[in-house]
Design a protein around this ligand. Sequence first.
Ligand code: RP5
Length: 164
Amino acid sequence: MTDVAQVAVICGSRSDLPGLKGCFDVLDSYRIGWEASVISAHRQPETLRSYVAEAEGRGVQVFIGAAGLAAHLPGVLASMTARPVIGIPLDGGALGGADALYSIVQMPPGVPVAAVAIGSAGAKNAGHLAARILAVADAELASRIDSFRGEQAAGAEVGIDPRA
Ligand code: RP5
C-alpha cells in the first residue's frame, strides 16, 4: 500500500465510524492509501475547509463523505473541492437513512456528488467507486480491480444440472 493517502474519508460524527469499516476494508484490499477524519459540516465548517485544502496539498485525489440525518457533509465537500466526491448516506435516524440519501443524491446541478447506497453496502461501494476513479490513471490498480471482478463472478456461479 502506498503511504500517501489518495482517498480521504470524512464522516460527520464519531458515531458514524463503525458503519465505515466496509469502506476501509475495500480500500485496503486494493492497497489504496487512505485517511479518515471526523469533521462535522454544520458544526465545524471552517475546520472542514482547512482540512480539504491540506488534504489536496498532500495528494488526496478522491473525497468520501459519510453522514446521516440531513447529511450536508458530501455536498459541502463538493463545494470545497473540484476533486470527485462520493457520498455515503448513513442510517442514523427515524427515516432509516432515506433522509441522508435524498440529501446526498439531490445536489443541485454543478456541484456533483456520487451517491451510493444507504449504510454498509454503500460504504463498500464507496471504496470500490473510489478505486475505479483512481484506476483511470493507474494500470496496476485497474488490474487489481479486474481480479476482484473475476473473483466476484466466479463466486456468483451456480452449477446447474441440466437433467434436473
Ligand atoms: C450527522 O448527524 C452525523 O453524520 C451523524 O450521522 C448524525 C448524528 O451526529 P451526532 O449527533 O452523533 O454528532 O451530522
